[in-house]
Design a protein around this ligand. Structure first.
Ligand SMILES: NC(=O)c1ccc[n+]([C@@H]2O[C@H](COP(=O)([O-])OP(=O)(O)OC[C@H]3O[C@@H](n4cnc5c(N)ncnc54)[C@H](O)[C@@H]3O)[C@@H](O)[C@H]2O)c1
Length: 346
């Protein structure tokens, strides 16, 4: 099998590359390293740094060059601007990468006959949903924020290419993904990465609202199993990738404290300060509404995964305790490695 993975230096893309490499698949990896890292590409049994192509998914010439051999079986289009406040504070870039970048992949896949595209979509598009657990086909309340809108629109172009040209595309709507390689260093890391880093440095973590907000989490290896299982389905499809089980911030923190043997009481700040590291969102004639921040912080998520179970015989295997333990082990070794080479820029 010949497989192109975009976003291969990121959290999910690097783990997917490793899994497919272990299955002896021929890989073409691409990433512009805007968020990815060389460390993500280093595994105990292989280092992908010499193989990855550094480039932008919006670059027509590059994608043409990578695909023109014409015999790519599968494209995993994982590259994207994932942090919500980054999308919100630079919407032009978010739309350019998440939408135009996707269309560039679609167009070249059409030209060169890619058998199947798997697109990294998100359950964030359910942000205004009120019926739980959320099902793929019954959500009606379209998203508000920039990030989920970019993914929603990119999905519509996937659908357009399937309907117009008979292509095969599955949009996987990931819940909150966690596991080894989750980023703990970016400006606003995802909760699991943030929590581990603060505990590692014995700092009091700051959570927003009261920590009772609940989200649906999925372990990265479970996600990858489904990403492989969907490869041979035809036509256009959207599939939730979720555990159908949610945890509050406080519950996750308690489990992490137990694993790391720490006992710090977190501080709780107002939702209004959630994206305070992005002052441009609060500046200008119109600033971000406090009710939008409150909604984003306290948002409840629970995604129905029965479609993935029925169609692909897929069942998530990893418990939250096991998954957090593996995430913590990886992040600790990474932070220790970065410290030892004096490479932490906090
Ligand atoms: N992590 C989650 O919880 C989650 C949830 C839902 C959806 N997703 C989606 O899954 C995908 C992967 O997420 P992740 O958590 O691994 O994020 P990540 O930031 O770790 O990985 C994304 C990768 O894409 C690369 N990239 C960004 N712009 C690019 C461009 N123009 N050209 C080439 N490469 C580019 C980045 O450098 C990065 O390595 C993203 O599209 C994200 O929106 C993630």
């Amino acid at each position: 099998m010949k497989v192109l993975i975009t976003g291969a230096a990121g959290f999910i893309g690097s783990q997917l590359a490793h899994e497919l490499w272990k299955r002896h698949e021929e890989l073409i990896l691409v990433d512009d390293f805007s968020y990815g890292s060389k460390d993500n590409l280093i595994f105990d049994d292989h280092d992908f740094n010499d193989e990855i192509v550094i480039g932008d998914v919006r670059d027509k010439n590059l994608i043409d060059k990578l695909m023109c051999s014409g015999n790519i079986d599968y494209v995993y289009h994982i590259a994207g601007i994932a942090p919500l406040p980054d999308c919100q504070s630079n919407p032009q870039n978010a739309i350019s990468v998440n939408v135009e970048g996707t269309v560039n992949i679609l167009e070249h896949s059409r030209k060169y006959g890619v058998k199947k595209i798997v697109f990294a979509s998100t359950n964030a598009m359910y942000e205004n949903e009120t019926d739980f657990p959320t099902k793929e086909n019954s959500f009606t309340k379209l998203p508000t924020l920039i990030y989920p809108n970019t993914k929603y629109v990119a999905e519509r172009f996937c659908e357009s290419y399937c309907k117009t040209y008979g292509m095969n595309i599955t949009c996987l709507r990931f819940a909150n993904v966690y596991g080894p390689h989750i980023d703990c260093l970016r400006k606003q890391p995802p909760l699991v990465g943030y929590m581990i880093k603060e505990l590692f440095y014995n700092r009091t973590p700051i959570f927003h609202s009261n920590g009772e907000q609940r989200r649906d989490y999925i372990y990265v290896k479970d996600l990858i199993n489904l990403a492989i299982a969907v490869r041979n389905s035809t036509g256009f499809d959207c599939v939730n990738v979720s555990s159908n089980q949610n945890y509050s911030v406080n519950e996750l923190y308690k489990i992490a404290c137990k694993i790391m043997n720490k006992n710090m009481t977190p501080k709780y700040h107002s939702s209004n300060t959630f994206w305070v590291k992005y002052p441009q969102l609060y500046d200008g004639a119109y600033s971000i509404k406090s009710e939008i921040l409150e909604h984003e912080v306290t948002k409840y998520s629970l995604c129905d995964n029965s479609y993935a179970k029925e169609k692909y015989n897929w069942v998530p295997q990893v418990t939250i305790e096991e998954g957090l333990k593996k995430s913590i082990d990886y992040e600790i070794s990474l932070l220790e490695k970065l410290e030892s080479r004096n490479d932490l820029h906090e």
